[in-house]
Design a protein around this ligand. Sequence first.
Ligand code: 0O2
Length: 226
Amino acid sequence: MEIHNFANIKDVEAELEKNGHLEAFSELMVHYECAMLEVKTKLDVLNTELSLHSDHNPFESIKSRLKKPISIYEKLNRLGLEFTPENIEKTLNDVAGIRVICSFPNDIYYLAECIAKQDDIKIIQKKDYISNPKPNGYRSLHLIVEIPIFLMQEKKNMRVELQFRTIAMDFWATLEHKMKYKKNIKNPESIQDELYYCAELISQLDGRMQQIRTKIEKEDEEEECE
Ligand code: 0O2
């Protein structure tokens, strides 16, 4: 298979055009966009409904993104696969991605449970990097979900990657991601150790914030009973 170093989106489009895949690729991207919208709406509905029953929203913000064509190409390339719409759909789970930033760790599991219970959603994969953090300290809950989208002529199941994190986990992951690309680091081991240490501190903070919130909720419940 030919390996290209695409400089920009125009090069990727030219490659797809050359192989007669551009139209199917564009259509597939629209389908992923629709699936992302469906999942995002479900989360917004849950957030609105849950805020009725408690004094805070379970999530602070949602970010969604479609994987860039160049990143899709590179991932297929790493897997030794050709850049075709069929391979994208068959192999990749993270073309459509949603990141949900929650206030407290318990909100993450509660929201994920609410999503998993919905009967038009199928959980394809669950990776709990909160209970089992990555060796570098990375924490988040990852779900791959399958959701139907209703198009003019057909109903189609699409996969979307969902990442749930607390504000604190997102703070760490965002900065770590930025620093990952820094080349020529003089002492990589000690940097890794430092980042791991920060991840542990952040996890302790999340735990303490959760304890404070649970305490406040208990006090509120006791007051209501009086
Ligand atoms: P981007 O730009 O965020 O999309 P797979 O996707 O299954 O082939 P993997 O590594 O098994 O690959 O998937 P996993 O573990 O579910 O992680 C995928 C995504 O989680 C990454 O996407 C990151 O967004 C995030 N992630 C995983 N590990 C780390 C980490 O150590 N640090 C940070 N900051 N983020 C992490 P991409 O495609 O790498 O990037």
